[in-house]
Design a protein around this ligand. Structure first.
Ligand SMILES: Cc1cc2nc3c(=O)[nH]c(=O)nc-3n(C[C@H](O)[C@H](O)[C@H](O)COP(=O)(O)OP(=O)(O)OC[C@H]3O[C@@H](n4cnc5c(N)ncnc54)[C@H](O)[C@@H]3O)c2cc1C
Length: 382
């Protein structure tokens, strides 16, 4: 009978979190990384427009959807500088909003990891389909092979970007071990609209700076109208916190509309600092004509205040093909926040996006992927 090699660690995934976890483990371990893609770090390569927004200068629980207490040990242990310093030799540039991008391209991050993990084994181009635990060992079955390990790290990410071979394997493994998985949804994604808001779709290609409020969260940034619905940075961030229900848009977030409407003889479109196409559609939607102000009744003028609180319920998300991340996932109640090991399944770990922690735009998702991997790997070295 053929004896299978027993690895000290198998990582399911060779993406951001797995590469960081494996890079940070000592060379004494026999480690295997399995990925459905033919090459490692595929999402890193396309991230941040090819420049990879590695981390943000400011990080707090406010930037995440998920368990605040669970995140605390990461914030206490890893600053954004710690993450940047890990990539010794790679140059970064700080952009608006404290976002750190590589200066010379995301490939440098992948090359860095390739070097750090060169003494480990990779099983690429194969999909993990099932995992079993017998006594103290895990058996990992792919569509091509089977492997055995003492410790299994699930770093399989979420469901977004299926063209990069994303899968639900992490959630399936969790469920098979009896762990709770919080309902998943696409996030950092555009939103589709109900019939009443189709007038926004007709503005396809127009963008405005606005304030978007969902629950207690507020985002000031661009909204982009498209034939599918609404997107742009403000909407992508809002999609993280939106759950079926209302969203409020303020299209003139800096000042009250009355402070612009000074000239009674001029039409509304010529007085507001917004694209004319947008104002015309906005007025038509309120059944208002673009007349000189003096020709509008007080009631009609009052209606204009809607520009500060246009409230509606989006129909849904654009979907996983467009989403940067997946919200929901393996419940953090099942995981020890100091070790990333499952509380009830010894030697089984979950790191990165597969967990029910999701960051907003700005480097927060790589921060979580990298820092959760560091925490896991540093702890097993103790
Ligand atoms: C277009 C885009 C741009 C982004 N830009 C940024 C950015 O600039 N900054 C930022 O912070 N975040 C960004 N993100 C989000 C960030 O890429 C992810 O949050 C991060 O990669 C998560 O790391 P991870 O290791 O958990 O998962 P991933 O990096 O997704 O890695 C998971 C790996 O598991 C593999 N896998 C899945 N299922 C199986 C299976 N059944 N068998 C074998 N292998 C499997 C996948 O092929 C994948 O390689 C971006 C995402 C996208 C889609």
């Amino acid at each position: 009978m053929k004896h299978l090699k027993v690895y000290d660690f198998i990582f399911i995934g060779a993406g951001a979190s797995a590469l960081m976890g494996a890079s940070n483990l000592s060379k004494k371990y026999k480690i295997l990384l399995i990925d459905a893609n033919a090459k490692i770090g595929q999402k890193i390569l396309i991230s941040g427009g090819g420049k990879c927004n590695v981390v943000n200068e400011q990080i707090s629980s406010q930037d995440y959807l998920g368990d605040e207490e669970f995140l605390k040990p990461l914030f206490e242990n890893y600053s954004s500088n710690d993450i940047l310093n890990f990539f010794n030799g790679i140059e970064f540039e700080k952009r608006k909003g404290g976002k750190y991008f590589t200066k010379h391209g995301a490939k440098l991050i992948v090359d860095f990891f390739a070097k750090k993990t060169k003494h480990y084994e990779f099983a690429l181009n194969q999909k993990v389909i099932r995992v079993e635990k017998n006594d103290d060992l895990f058996s990992v079955f792919t569509d091509k092979n089977s492997f055995i390990c003492k410790r299994l790290v699930v770093a399989s990410g979420g469901l977004s970007y299926p063209k990069l071979n994303s899968s639900d394997i992490g959630y399936k493994i969790a469920e098979n071990f009896g762990l709770k998985v919080t309902k998943t949804n696409p996030a950092l994604v555009g939103l589709s609209l109900q019939k009443e808001q189709f007038w926004l779709k007709e503005l396809s290609g127009v963008s405005v700076r606005a304030k978007v409020s969902v629950g207690s969260k507020t985002f000031y940034d661009d909204i982009l109208f498209s034939h599918r619905g609404i997107s742009g940075l403000a909407i992508l961030n809002a999609s993280l916190f939106w759950q079926k229900g209302d969203m409020v848009l303020d299209f003139l977030p800096d000042k009250n509309i009355n402070s612009y409407l000074k000239d009674k003889n001029k039409q509304i479109t010529s007085q507001l600092p917004l694209p004319k196409r947008f104002i015309k559609s906005f007025l038509a939607n309120l059944n208002l004509e673009d007349k000189p102000l003096k020709k509008l009744t007080t009631n009609k003028l009052l209606k204009l205040q809607t520009i500060h609180n246009y409230t509606f319920a989006p129909a849904g998300y654009f979907g996983y093909t467009k989403a940067e991340v997946t919200k929901g996932g393996v419940s953090t109640t099942e995981i020890d926040s100091q070790t990333y090991e499952c509380k009830h399944v010894k030697n089984l770990y979950f790191i990165g996006e597969v967990l029910d922690i999701t960051g907003r735009l700005g480097g927060y998702n790589f921060y979580f992927a990298f820092s959760s991997a560091l925490k896991m790997s540093e702890n097993v070295e103790k």
